[in-house]
Design a protein around this ligand. Structure first.
Ligand code: SF4
Ligand code: SF4
Length: 59
């Protein structure tokens, strides 16, 4: 299940190195996850702001 980053993101930079396939990048103003995201969830536990959620729960 792919994940996405919501407006709760504070651009804290904690998640970007957690993704083993480098699917997270710095956006403007919030970070973004590209369509190569294929689960793992390493980034989810890194986010103190709970800004990373499954795509289907974001909309
Ligand atoms: S869920 Fe996994 S693949 Fe997707 S951005 Fe997070 S660490 Fe990367
Ligand atoms: S860890 Fe969370 S708040 Fe920090 S940059 Fe990543 S998504 Fe944004």
């Amino acid at each position: 299940m792919p994940y996405t980053i919501t407006e709760a993101c504070t651009a804290c930079d904690q998640c970007i190195d957690a993704c083993p396939i480098e699917a997270i990048s710095v956006g403007d103003p919030i970070y973004v996850i590209d369509d190569t995201c294929c689960d793992f969830e390493e980034c989810v536990v890194m986010c103190d702001d709970e800004a990373i959620v499954p795509v289907e729960e974001a909309w």
